[in-house]
Write a protein that binds this ligand. Structure first.
Ligand code: FE2
Length: 341
């Protein structure tokens, strides 16, 4: 199998600079785990939030990190996780748990891990993902995204699966302007049947996908450099806490320029992408409140990105739009079914 991941073990933690990230990841060519990237922190309940802070999360089941089935005091969630009960959730940008309390924690952790000039504009300050499980279970099915993403494993272990190319029979399905999940190529033939589409949503959980990926166990002190559009999925089997920090738009452009354009930052296609990407705003996208010209720019940048040309034409057909609508409904039903178990 083609190399799908790099592992670098540092003798001792080094300052995380843009140059070091590029060096460790070989120009962001592959997802890279940097072992010993930072000193293992001591993690207590209060290292993150006050015990009485209320957090939207999933209790009793493992759902998507942005999902939840109630609001619980952080101290109660912490005790449950410590005792190995099923809990999953996140706080910070892009989650239901957003506001001063949560962003303060993210920024405090960020200042401990990254120098002040890294990801300095805080266009997407990041989110913290927490959870526990007593058996190996998928917490994020297969997906990819535009982000320049650093994941710091703060506590416990996490199984990270990754691959660069989808195996035969699978194709990307856009879920937002900047992220894709995976769908079975034949999905559009069956849009009429909702139950069957539940199966297609589950495609992203497909065993074949997991077999095609490379698994890396992330341990405390590990930092994962996850380049734009690398496919990945996550499983957990224990109490695990990760901090996901995302670069500003200029970092995304820099990483993409290195990964896909061999560092030739004057490539005209890349320059066009960079120009259009200026309109990209995580926060506006999360709010679902974009002016038409920004929506147009975001659509156009995807068409200029080579891997996404085919995808663009697919998106313009009604059949895939139908699939997408059904997938959303199925996702909801599927999560509902999971939570009923
Ligand atoms: Fe991800």
């Amino acid at each position: 199998m083609q190399d799908q991941v790099r592992i670098i073990t540092l003798e001792r933690p080094e300052t995380i600079t843009r140059d070091n990230l590029r060096k460790w990841s070989n120009n962001f060519s592959l997802p890279t785990v940097v072992r010993n990237a930072f000193d293992i922190p001591s993690c207590t309940c209060e290292s993150f939030l006050r015990p009485n802070d209320v957090v939207f999360a999933s209790k009793g089941n493992i759902a998507h990190f942005q999902a939840g089935n109630g609001k619980y005091p952080w101290g109660q969630l912490w005790d449950d996780m410590n005792n190995g009960y099923k809990v999953y959730g996140s706080f910070g940008v892009g989650t239901e748990n957003f506001g001063h309390t949560f962003s303060r924690t993210i920024l405090d952790w960020k200042s401990k891990l990254l120098p002040a000039d890294m990801f300095a504009k805080n266009e997407y300050s990041g989110h913290l993902i927490f959870g526990a499980c007593d058996e190996l279970q998928t917490s994020s099915p297969w997906h990819n995204a535009v982000d320049a993403n650093l994941l710091f494993q703060l506590h416990g272990e996490k199984h990270w699966y990754t691959m660069e190319q989808l195996p035969e029979g699978f194709q990307p399905l856009p879920v937002t302007t900047h992220a894709n999940t995976v769908i079975n190529e034949k999905a559009e033939e069956n849009v009429a049947c909702l139950d069957k589409n539940i199966e297609y949503y589950k495609t992203a959980h497909d065993t074949k996908l997991f077999e095609s990926g490379t698994k890396i166990v992330l341990r405390p002190g590990d930092m994962l450099i996850n380049p734009p559009f690398s496919w990945h999925a996550i499983k957990i089997d224990q109490f695990s806490i990760s901090l996901s920090l995302r670069g500003d738009r200029e970092d995304v452009c820099y990483w993409i320029g290195q990964k896909y354009f061999n560092g030739q930052l004057n490539n005209p296609l890349f320059l066009t992408f960079s120009y259009l990407f200026n309109a990209y705003s995580y926060v506006d996208i999360m709010k679902g409140d974009l002016p038409w010209y920004k929506t147009l720019s975001i659509s156009i940048y995807k068409t200029l990105f080579p891997n996404y040309i085919i995808d663009f034409y697919n998106r313009e057909t009604q059949r895939l739009k139908k699939v997408q609508k059904h997938i959303c409904e199925c996702k909801f039903l599927y999560e509902l079914k999971c939570s009923e178990k």
